[in-house]
Design a protein around this ligand. Structure first.
Ligand code: ADP
Length: 308
């Protein structure tokens, strides 16, 4: 498992991570979420020994990265899709990694197959698309067959098939009992991939719970469509206790939060408002997440000098 124990990281006056204490359990995919600048990458870098904590510890199976006897066999990580030498082929890149870590060359061909780039493995990575680089990074993470896997935004640049492939891969790795920590800003994707989420903001833990629990914190939305603008205004007035907003993509569609479908239907009937559509839309991970991090997003939007 992964453990952050009161881990803090400062860069000058910036507190990137502020006494982060959290345990990432094996056997499930944990989504690592938070607005830009929340401290996700810094936490991952400290965990992987790429940066020193100012205070506290980050442990993999009870040890600091620097104390792992065989790092690549303990933890596989994919942080940056651009960190590969452009003049090297994918296969040579992995062979070099394997050699340094005393891993058999046969394993290189196995992971190339597994991530679906075996056919282009002898090409220089200079010619690789972002999606192919992502797959190569994931192959490197899998090379040592580690129990712990850490991925930073692994689906950026992948097409729909690629995104689905990563989802299955991560779920499969967790299903084998491994510890999988993955950061992403794609909430709909995380909803389908992560069993558990850790949300951080300004370097502190805002939530550490089952994905469904965070989804449950988002209120359901009642979606209604009415063709007549006056009727829509009438409906707004008929629901004084609810928040009624117009959908950005479609002015005919109203989103009602704070009233259920019966109240909306009855209010429309009582005022003679014609409806073409009335449905409940369940809370999403994005809505639950946004509720949690709203203050942090607003904080990030204020220039540092304006902060109290
Ligand atoms: P996230 O990955 O959640 O977007 P980061 O960990 O990249 O967040 O950044 C957290 C905070 O630390 C930000 O305010 C960022 O500007 C700052 N930071 C990160 N790395 C450095 C660095 N090398 N030097 C100075 N500040 C940094």
């Amino acid at each position: 498992m992964i453990e952050f124990d009161r881990m803090s990281k400062r860069y000058g006056d910036t507190i990137a991570v502020d006494e982060l204490s959290v345990v990432i359990e094996p056997g499930r995919v944990t989504g690592f979420l938070g607005p830009n600048g929340a401290g996700k990458s810094t936490s991952m870098r400290v965990l992987l020994g790429l940066d020193h904590p100012t205070f506290g510890r980050a442990l993999i199976g009870g040890r600091r990265y620097a104390d792992l006897a065989d790092p690549l066999r303990s933890v596989g990580a994919h942080l940056d899709a651009h960190s590969v030498h452009p003049g090297r082929s994918a296969r040579n890149h992995l062979l070099a990694l394997a050699r340094v870590n005393r891993i058999s060359p046969r394993r290189v061909d196995e992971v190339l197959e597994q991530v679906g780039i075996a056919k282009v493995a002898r090409n220089r990575t200079r010619s690789f698309s972002l999606g192919m680089r992502q797959r190569l990074g994931i192959a490197a993470a899998l090379l040592g067959d580690p129990e712990v896997l850490v991925f930073d935004e692994p689906v950026n640049g992948l097409d729909t098939d690629g995104v689905r492939w990563v989802r299955h891969l991560l779920r499969g790795l967790a299903g084998e009992g491994r510890t999988v920590l993955v950061s992403s800003h794609l909430m709909a994707e995380m909803h389908q991939t992560a069993d558990h989420v850790v949300v951080i903001g300004r370097g502190r833990v805002l939530a550490d719970c089952a994905t469904e629990e965070l989804v449950g914190r988002a209120e359901d939305t009642i979606v209604v469509r009415s063709p007549d603008p006056e009727a829509r205004d009438e409906l707004r007035r008929a629901l004084p206790g609810a928040s009624v907003t117009t959908a950005e993509h479609d002015p005919v569609e109203l989103h009602v939060v704070g009233a259920d479908e019966h109240q909306v239907g009855e209010a429309a009937h009582a005022r003679g408002v014609l409806l073409h559509h009335l449905a409940r839309r369940a809370g999403t991970l994005e809505a639950g997440y946004l509720r949690l991090v709203q203050d942090d997003i607003e904080y990030a939007a204020v220039p540092a000098a304006g902060r109290s």
